[in-house]
Ligand binder design. Structure first.
Ligand code: ZN
Length: 520
């Protein structure tokens, strides 16, 4: 009889090595440079790929097992929430508008990031990095799915959540997140890691996934908050990856420094501009308030950023160019954004409103340097007009920044009374920017941004009417035709919250009762 072969059990480290780097090989039918053409053309020099430390240190098998277990728990909670009519237990129907903006502006970005990392995973020649990218790609796809499922319960009862994919491609205010992702996607692989993994994930993503999500829980939405708990361990990996990647490039060759610094300057600013939407959600769209945007910035960005850049100074990296301006903006951007969206509320797939008097007081307390002086009078003016039956709408659409595609609603650093307006000439044309930083980004790569598809320009050029619309016909209503093209249900998805279908339904269904009783 043959002797039984005792299988040697591998240690965790050996198993990881065998199931990751051990599966890798260098190509021989075709040269490696031809198989992986993307990781060299940005001019980043890598001398030793083997020194890349995989921040995930997970085998695919362990990854899928852990994620599967997490998802089982997650879906049990989402289902229980739906069965118990959790949508009626939220603080107030205004809260649902923050979910609308979430599924319109944030969730589609998860899908873009999924595609982006799948592409990266194919194009990096180092197997550790390739695997980490593949896992992040799967993470991002799961986040897209779990967020969509979590908000699906609300979609059955409220307007403004039914068509996020179409809106992401066409709505003027979603051009900022869309162009952010497309700018990153069309960059080389190293720039993309600096963009998404470092500038967005490492530096700023906590703002969305910690204080905003606490607010979500505080407003009674256990469905969405559970997806963010579920995603926490993934996000931690993503943040580590961003930092590891920066260090790796800087350690490999001193010549990489100027390029990496330029990318950090660019992508910190682009990520920060994008965060304007999160600022507005935090301060204005969570009816039960915990922490202001300013406090979140002071808690999650300033100290961590200062420490991080102190650490990176050792490699010659300094803080991003826009850092100080972004820190100064904590007193202003949420208010400037809400003011703009309130006025453009005829062309949004969510509702806007003037906060109640007690909420204005809260904002006063949280923003002693800016709110009373610059923003409260405007909101009170709107409220007064509304009381007279003259709810204010601008009836136009805003000019967009050629680089970040945010509406040009921001003020100059140090001068909250002056709207920032920058312009530059290129190839005989004039281009407009929301800030000196966006102008810099453009000037550095004009060919990338001259072709930007700005929805508001497209509308003005008459490109955004439904195909069968006849703009020459008598009585043609251009505004209605644009809403129709964008697939916004006029009168249901857009306009004022007060008196909207959402408002009336929630009231009739007895929504918010639990929350009110709990407060008594
Ligand atoms: Zn801009």
């Amino acid at each position: 009889m043959d002797k039984r072969v005792e299988k040697k059990k591998l240690s965790l480290n050996e198993r990881y090595a065998a199931m990751s780097h051990g599966l890798n090989w260098d190509t021989t039918y075709q040269p490696m440079d031809k198989v992986f053409p993307h990781d060299k053309y940005e001019g980043i020099t890598i001398r030793d790929w083997n020194s890349w430390q995989d921040p995930f240190r997970l085998t695919m098998e362990a990854y899928w097992k852990a994620q599967g277990e997490k998802d089982k728990k997650l879906y049990a909670v989402i289902e229980a929430f739906a069965q118990n009519n959790g949508q009626l237990g939220v603080s107030d129907a205004r809260y649902v508008n923050s979910l609308k903006l979430f599924i319109q502006a944030v969730t589609p970005q998860e899908y873009y990031a999924h595609r982006s990392f799948a592409h990266l995973g194919r194009h990096m020649r180092d197997d550790g990095l390739r695997m980490a990218c593949q896992m992040q790609s799967a993470d991002e796809l799961r986040h897209f799915q779990t967020q969509t499922h979590a908000m699906g319960t609300f979609n059955k009862y409220f307007n403004g959540m039914h068509n996020p994919a179409h809106w992401f491609d066409h709505l003027w205010y979603l051009a900022a997140p869309k162009s952010f992702q497309e700018d990153a996607f069309s960059a080389g692989p190293f720039e993309r890691l600096v963009a998404i993994s470092f500038s967005f994930d490492t530096l700023l993503s906590n703002l969305l996934f910690v204080p905003y999500m606490s607010g979500v829980a505080h407003n009674g939405d256990l469905s969405l908050v559970i997806t963010s708990f579920n995603a926490q361990s993934d996000t931690t990996r993503h943040m580590t990856m961003g930092l590891e990647c920066i260090k790796f490039m800087l350690e490999q060759d001193a010549g990489n420094l100027p390029t990496v610094q330029r990318w950090i300057d660019k992508w910190f600013w682009r990520s920060y501009r994008l965060m304007t939407l999160a600022a507005m959600m935090q301060d204005y769209m969570l009816p039960k308030r915990m922490m202001s945007w300013k406090e979140s910035w002071e808690m999650y960005v300033e100290p961590a950023g200062e420490a991080l850049f102190k650490d990176l100074a050792h490699y010659g990296i300094r803080k991003p160019k826009g850092w100080q301006q972004a820190c100064d903006g904590k007193d202003h951007i949420s208010h400037q954004a809400w003011n703009a969206f309130y006025g453009y509320g005829h062309a949004t797939a969510f509702h806007t409103w003037v906060p109640e008097a007690s909420e204005l007081d809260w904002l006063n307390k949280k923003y002693p340097n800016s709110f009373e002086r610059f923003y409260r009078p405007r909101l009170e003016h709107y409220a007064q007009r509304q009381a007279e039956g003259k709810r204010y709408y601008t009836k136009t659409l805003p000019m967009q920044c050629q680089t970040c595609q945010m509406p040009m609603i921001f003020t100059e650093q140090g001068n909250p009374r002056r709207t920032a307006y920058h312009e530059t000439q290129h190839a005989g044309e004039t281009f407009h920017f929301c800030s000196a930083h966006c102008e810099d980004i453009f000037v550095n790569e004009p060919e990338k941004y001259v072709q930007a598809n700005l929805p508001v320009h497209q509308i003005l050029q008459g490109q955004c009417f439904a195909q069968d619309a006849d703009s020459k016909a008598a009585g043609f209503d251009a505004d209605a035709a644009v809403l129709d093209f964008c697939q916004i249900n006029a009168g249901r998805d857009n306009l004022e919250f007060k008196g909207s279908e959402d408002d009336i339904h929630f009231e009739n269904w007895g929504g918010g009762q639990d929350m009110q009783e709990a407060q008594l």
